[in-house]
Every structure is written in structure tokens, then in C-alpha cells.
Design a protein around this ligand. Structure first.
Ligand code: NAI
Ligand SMILES: N/C(=C\C=C\C(=O)O)C(=O)O
Length: 457
């Protein structure tokens, strides 16, 4: 067969979504009727196979995305394995509600059933990690899925496809479609037989998905960006706070929706914190992704690198100070890698809360540090952006930690730590950071329909 030409590619990709819907529709009754135990066994087998391919997958993820192999090996692939193991186990433990109305002789209970064909769309920053975070709960609950990884990072999804049959996933249960958002993503979102969409990515795309889904009243779970504050009180343990805040700002090149990008430091410790933070940032080595001593690899694309750099330029033009990183320090790379999309982790200060660098998601290795005086003031400033995804609070005062956590408009608050994940509990954001939550019970609720049954006796 000859290669398709450019003009026929969009049509073929949309036809692929149609074929995936047919396969998912055909597979649904058989898969939904299996017991949770049977589905659980299949998920465990898939987890085992992914784990056996850990090194190969980590190398591929790094090559495709730009992150270090060390991070893919320690975080992305193990978490993908854990996603399947976790939902293989949690699906066995759900219970339903029951209430009685003895005065009218009635018993009421709820039943849950899988929704049908789930549409899953994931981004490029944590490719297999986020794709499996959606596939695992969806199929554990008895749905069939059509999953679309980002067109920028599709390789590990394709590698996983080759393991599905071996794991015993019946044909048609997991369908992975490849292609761009406007072509393949929209064909999936607009399809009348796909009643549910779980999406992680940018706010403009989420808006488009919401518009396309509206005529069909689809169930939506949208996990979007953040402009995450770190609030550092004067009684914080800086020994722990500084290295963790460097990690929370620059892990995965700052390309995690949970990364810190606004650091508020109480005035009394501001200079001391800045001194230590800048020194620790300078130790955060940028290197080629295969370098085991590198903390950070390359950004995802030239376009993205330019976007991230443009924020630094903007801050400079506004009179902010760049303390380290881009334009201040020299990036040292082997000659063959100098054309890559690398940049140094960058710390900005003397910047106003109204600056776009303090308001908009940059999604790169850039963080701003500003001082604050009081608890009330910092809560108001932390909440003054449109996002509400993740915050960190650093203090040794237990009462304050609880008080501040409660007042922050944020779906997640980590105190004296960052990115310690409890997969049982709800994950997601408020305000423009999205709608819906994922996690053991929340994912189960999202990927099932509920029905109330009343029995008169
Ligand atoms: N979780 C997060 O918070 C993420 C945030 N971002 C933010 O978004 C910015 C842009 O990154 P992108 O990769 O362009 O994100 P994006 O939102 O465009 O892409 C995410 C996924 O949505 C798909 N998609 C794009 N347009 C679509 C449409 N019209 N219908 C259905 N699916 C569609 C893409 O193909 C990809 O699989 C980043 O610079 C960053 O600020 C990006 C990735 C993850
Ligand atoms: N959704 C994202 C990160 C999630 C991390 C987790 O579930 O642990 C993101 O960066 O887009």
C-alpha cells in the first residue's frame, strides 16, 4: 500500500477515531460484564509488563519529551505502573449506599454502572504517567476507552499498545488514537457515542472541549494549569524548605502543572531565603537527558522554549531583577547539544503581583520570589490569580498550617513538603484550574453512572 499523502491524512485520522469507536462499542458489553476481580487481574498483568519494560520505556520517554532518563526511571514509569496496580486494587473496595424508610416500608440503594466509551486526552509533560492515570480507572470500572496522547509525545503510548494483548486486555477495550488536537482530539470530543471526556492540558483547549461537548451534555473532568504559590513563613525549616522549593519550581523543567511559580517569603527571612535559594538553584544542573548527574533536561519544543523565555524578557522590561539563570549565568553543554531546547532555571525578584509573570502559567523553569508581611496579606495575594491548583505552605506552627491551608483557594495544599501523592484522595483544581476530581473514589464516581433504586416491601 502506498503512503497516504498530506491531504488525505486528516481524513484518515478521523476515520481512525470512527474505527476506534466501533471497536470500543463492540468490546463494551463483554468487558463491563466481567467481575471487578477479573478486570483487576488484567490491570495487574499490564502493570507487571510495563514494569518489566521500565528501562526501555524510561529511555523512550526521555528521548521523546526531553526530561532526564533518571526522572523518567524514578518517577514517570514507576508511577505509570502504580496507576494500574492502584486501580486494580481500589476497584475491589467500593461499596454503595443504602437507606431505609421504615414508615413507608421502603429500602433505597444505589447502583453504579460503567458509562460506556470514555474519551481520554493527555498532554506532553508527563506522557505515560498521565495517560495511564486516566486509562487505569476507566477500564477498572468497566468502560472501554479511546485515549489520545499528545502528538508531541506519543512513543510510550505506542509502546504500551504492544503490551495490551499480552496482558489479556480484550481487543477494543483500550484504543489509542494518534494525531493532533484539532483533528483527532476534536473528532473524539465531538463523537456522539463518547459520553465522557477526561482531559489534562491547557485552559484554551479545555474551553474548546467544553464547547464541543455541550450539545451532547458530556460528563467532563478537566485538569488544567496552575500558578502555584509557595508560602514560606519565618518559622519554616529552611534546611528542608529550600531544596524542596527548588525541586517544586524546576522538576521536569518546571513542566508540571503542580510546579511552584510564585514564592512568597516572610520579610524577616526574605534575604536569607533568597541567598540560599539562588545558591541551590545554581546547583540544579541542566544537562543532556542521559547525564545521570543532571537535574533538568530540555524543554519540550522550540516554540515552548521561546514562550518561556518571552516571560523572562517581559519581566526584565518591567524592571524586575533576574537573580540567576537565563541571561545571567552561562549554560554549559556538549557542542552537539547546544542547539537543543535547554535553558537554565531562572529566579526573578522585585516583581509586582500584577505582572503577567506572576499571573499567567509559564510552565517552564522560571519562578518569582517576593516578600510578604502578614498571614492575611499573603493569603489574599496567593488567592489573587485565576488559578487554584496546588499550593505549598512552610511553617513549624501547626495551627497556622491548618488555618492557611483552609483559606487557600487551591485543590491541593502541601505543607512542609511537595508532591507527596495519596492516590486515594481527590486530585484536581478549583477556579480556572479545572473541574472535577480524580483519585480512587472520585475516579470511580466519574467513570460510572449512578442510579437510585427504591424497593417497597
Ligand atoms: N496539565 C497542565 O496543566 C498542562 C498545561 N499545559 C499548558 O498548556 C500550554 C500549551 O500546551 P499544549 O500541548 O499546546 O496543550 P494542549 O492543551 O493544547 O494539549 C493537551 C492535549 O489536548 C489535545 N488537544 C489540543 N487541542 C485540542 C482540541 N481542540 N480538541 C481536543 N483535544 C485537543 C492535544 O493534542 C494534547 O493531547 C503549555 O504551555 C502549558 O502552559 C500543557 C500541558 C499540560
Ligand atoms: N496533571 C499533572 C500532574 C499530575 C501529577 C500527579 O497526578 O501526581 C500535570 O502536570 O499536568
Amino acid at each position: 500500500m502506498s503512503e497516504p499523502d498530506e491531504a488525505s491524512l486528516p481524513v484518515l485520522q478521523v476515520m481512525e477515531v470512527e474505527a476506534a469507536v466501533e471497536a470500543a462499542r463492540a468490546a463494551f458489553p463483554g468487558w463491563a460484564n466481567r467481575s471487578p476481580q477479573e478486570r483487576s487481574q488484567v490491570l495487574h498483568r499490564l502493570a507487571d509488563l510495563l514494569e518489566q519494560s521500565l528501562e526501555e520505556l524510561a529511555q523512550a520517554e526521555s528521548k521523546d519529551q526531553g526530561k532526564t532518563v533518571a526522572l523518567a526511571r524514578a518517577m514517570d514509569i514507576p508511577r505509570s505502573v502504580q496507576n494500574f496496580r492502584f486501580f486494580a486494587s481500589s476497584i475491589l473496595h467500593h461499596t454503595s449506599e443504602c437507606t431505609q424508610m421504615d414508615h413507608v416500608g421502603c429500602l433505597h440503594y444505589t447502583v453504579r454502572t460503567p458509562v460506556g466509551i470514555a474519551g481520554l486526552i493527555s498532554p506532553w509533560n508527563l506522557p505515560l504517567y498521565l495517560l495511564t492515570w486516566k486509562i487505569a480507572p476507566a477500564i477498572a470500572a468497566g468502560n472501554t476507552v479511546i485515549a489520545k496522547p499528545s502528538e508531541l509525545t506519543s512513543v510510550t503510548a505506542w509502546m504500551m499498545c504492544k503490551l495490551l494483548e499480552k496482558a489479556g486486555v480484550p481487543p477494543g477495550v483500550v484504543n489509542i488514537v494518534f494525531g493532533t488536537g484539532p483533528r483527532v482530539g476534536e473528532a473524539l470530543v465531538s463523537h456522539p457515542e463518547v459520553p465522557l471526556i477526561s482531559f489534562t492540558g491547557s485552559q484554551p483547549t479545555a474551553e474548546r472541549i467544553t464547547q464541543l461537548s455541550a450539545p451532547h451534555f458530556k460528563k467532563l473532568c478537566l485538569e488544567l494549569g496552575g500558578k502555584n504559590p509557595a508560602i514560606i513563613f519565618e518559622d519554616a525549616n529552611l534546611e528542608e524548605c529550600v531544596p524542596t522549593t527548588v525541586r517544586s519550581s524546576f522538576a521536569n523543567q518546571g513542566e508540571i502543572c503542580l510546579c511552584t511559580s510564585r514564592i512568597f517569603v516572610q520579610k524577616r527571612i526574605y534575604s536569607e531565603f533568597l541567598k540560599r535559594f539562588v545558591a541551590a538553584t545554581r546547583m540544579w544542573k541542566v544537562g543532556i537527558p542521559s547525564d545521570p548527574s543532571a537535574s533538568m533536561g530540555a524543554l519540550i519544543s522550540k516554540t515552548h522554549l521561546e514562550k518561556v523565555r518571552s516571560y523572562i524578557e517581559r519581566a526584565r522590561a518591567e524592571g524586575a531583577r533576574i537573580l540567576c539563570g537565563e541571561g545571567v549565568d552561562t549554560l554549559s553543554l556538549p557542542p552537539g547539544n547546544r542547539g537543543g531546547y535547554f535553558m537554565l532555571p531562572t529566579v526573578i525578584t522585585d516583581i509586582k503581583d500584577e505582572s503577567r509573570c506572576m499571573k499567567e502559567e509559564i510552565f517552564g523553569p522560571v519562578t518569582c520570589v517576593v516578600p510578604f508581611e502578614s498571614e492575611e496579606e499573603v493569603i489574599e495575594r496567593a488567592n489573587s490569580v485565576k488559578y487554584g491548583l496546588a499550593a505549598t505552605v512552610w511553617s513549624s506552627n501547626v495551627g497556622r498550617v491548618h488555618r492557611v491551608a483552609k483559606k487557600l483557594q487551591s485543590g491541593l495544599v502541601w505543607t512542609n513538603c511537595w508532591l507527596i501523592r495519596e492516590l486515594n484522595l481527590p486530585f484536581g483544581g478549583m477556579k480556572s484550574s479545572g473541574i472535577g476530581r480524580e483519585g480512587a473514589k472520585d475516579s470511580y464516581n466519574f467513570f460510572t453512572e449512578i442510579k437510585t433504586v427504591t424497593v417497597k416491601h
